[in-house]
Design a protein around this ligand. Structure first.
Ligand code: FAD
Length: 468
């Protein structure tokens, strides 16, 4: 008896329920990954994230090879490729980890149709989220949650499956495994300069280091931009190189551990939101803002935002970190998101797309959920004014010595602390002395924040009245 294990964004061998189930129920197991042009060249096409994924695939292949197996790599739609492979190896079943995004679900449905049509069983397993099945977490009225805190309470009470080890031995698939292609051969190029390395090996190492020396300070330090004390596990979670359930299982008591567990719950929350509201991928969750908000078209301002040239140091530092690393600190994501959607009044979907192009952790559920959150159009609502973030104030709180800003915006390197948050207030003489002339070496501010704030509040008020 032979089974395929269809890998998607669960690129690991540890704590992999689908792989484990296949090994328990079948003599031969063939691990397979399908490169799908609809994703590689689709609306969330990304050279940086694809490169990270290819590194994950190499690492997975190595881990399987160490156990006597290989990863079979196919190129094409999974329904056709899996059907073909199942015929070739005589598989009776396919095991996979369930996913929540609308595209992932459509793809899985096509696989179910194609394989069940020829008598091959298809089984979905948990592994994507911490809780066994976020799809089933519901209010007393049987509705999905749209506010985080009650979701979190229910989530804590959900069942958890036992964590699984990695398989000891796998057989060689009796087919040509193919090979992991290069990024260039897929027609993509790396757009960021200094990204994290992909793969389960790197992810497990990062997790170990974080649990050993950082997590106990997480509650106090996770917003400290200059210190960079978050786990940076998001790209590894995005591709399933580390299992969210296995991470949670290693957390003990303490403020840092509790705060970190809560953060993992946000990931499960947005998975649950997108599962129940697939339409969120394209439109505002809050009906009153659907089609009622007037977004500004301002290409020069959008370009300035994308490339970190707005004249607001914290916004520019965040956007340049994204260009450099394909990753951005959460606090900075919030500030740049607020700036784009509120100060500039530009459609949140444009920010969402830019993030998806560069982020190595770019994940439809998390990215969409968070963009809608900061644009005040999504779940977990609050009055609009609460989510209009002042970059200078956030710098004062979370980057008081300007370490984060100076790291990512080198032309501000010599600007005295007192002017760093609002460099345009620097007297001309100081500008000359420190070699940072506003409007020449560093951009003048793109806008006046207090009038931008008023305009934003006005836009949301008008939209809400239209949508009422
Ligand atoms: P840690 O602080 O160490 O947290 C641990 C894990 O918890 C993260 O790896 C992540 O999986 C989860 N988590 C933490 N915060 C959030 C959150 N707000 N929402 C959902 N999960 C969370 N995260 C992504 O993984 N992919 C995205 O595409 C993405 N886009 C975002 C867009 C915007 C506008 C904003 C404001 C946030 C976005 N986030 C996204 C959430 C968050 O910024 C990142 O998960 C976090 O910065 C990753 O860094 P970390 O692994 O060091 O996080």
């Amino acid at each position: 008896m032979t089974a395929l294990v269809w890998f998607r964004r669960d690129l690991r061998v540890h704590d992999h329920p689908a792989l484990q189930a296949a090994l328990e129920r079948h003599e031969e197991v063939v691990p397979v990954f399908c490169l799908d042009d609809r994703l590689l060249a689709g609306r969330h096409r990304s050279g940086s994230r694809t490169q990270f994924m290819l590194e994950c695939l190499h690492d997975l292949d190595r881990a399987l090879a160490q156990r006597g197996g290989r990863l079979v790599v196919r190129h094409g739609p999974p329904d056709l490729q899996l059907l073909d492979l199942a015929r070739e190896v005589g598989a009776q079943a396919v095991h996979h980890t369930y996913d929540v995004s609308p595209f992932a679900r459509r793809r899985a449905e096509a696989v179910y149709r194609a394989l069940r049509g020829v008598g091959v069983e298809v089984h979905g397993h948990p592994g994507l989220t911490v809780a066994d099945d976020v799809r089933a977490i519901a209010t007393a009225q049987g509705q999905p949650y749209s506010v985080f805190t009650p979701f979190y309470r229910a989530w804590l009470a959900q069942p958890r499956r036992p964590v699984l080890g990695a398989p000891r031995r796998l057989g060689l698939p009796g087919v040509d495994p193919g090979q992991v292609p290069s990024l260039a051969s897929l027609g993509l190029e790396q757009e960021v300069h200094d990204p994290m390395v992909g793969g389960e090996t790197a992810g497990r190492r990062r997790l170990d280091a974080f649990l050993r020396s950082q997590v106990h300070r997480y509650a106090d330090a996770h917003d400290a931009l200059g210190e960079d004390r978050t786990s940076r596990l998001s790209p590894y979670l995005r591709f399933g190189c580390v299992s969210p359930r296995a991470i949670e299982n290693r957390l003990t008591e303490g403020d840092g551990q509790t705060a970190f567990r809560r953060q993992l719950a946000w990931r499960d929350f947005y998975a649950q939101v997108l599962f129940h509201h697939p339409e969120n991928a394209f439109s505002e969750f809050q009906a009153r803002y659907r089609g009622t908000l007037e977004y500004r078209e301002d290409e020069p301002a959008f370009e300035a935002w994308r490339y970190g040239r707005t004249g607001f140091p914290l916004v520019d530092a965040g956007m340049r970190q994204l260009l450099r690393e394909g990753w951005m600190h959460n606090r900075a994501r919030l500030v740049v998101g607020s700036f784009l959607t509120k100060d500039l009044g530009i459609d949140w979907r444009r920010g969402e797309r830019w993030f998806m192009r560069l982020l190595i952790d770019g994940d439809e559920a998390n990215n969409n959920g968070n963009w809608q959150w900061i644009a005040s159009v999504g779940t977990d609502p609050q009055p609009v004014f609460r989510r209009i973030y002042n970059p200078a104030l956030h710098m004062e709180r979370h980057d008081p010595e300007g370490r984060y800003v100076r790291r990512h915006v080198p032309e501000l390197g010599n600007v005295p602390d007192v002017y760093l948050r609002e460099p345009w207030t620097m007297p001309e003489e100081v500008q000359r002395t420190v070699g940072c002339r506003i409007g020449v070496d560093y951009p003048a501010p793109l806008l006046d924040r207090s009038s931008a704030r008023e305009r934003a509040l006005d836009r949301y008020r008008t939209a809400a009245a239209r949508g009422a």
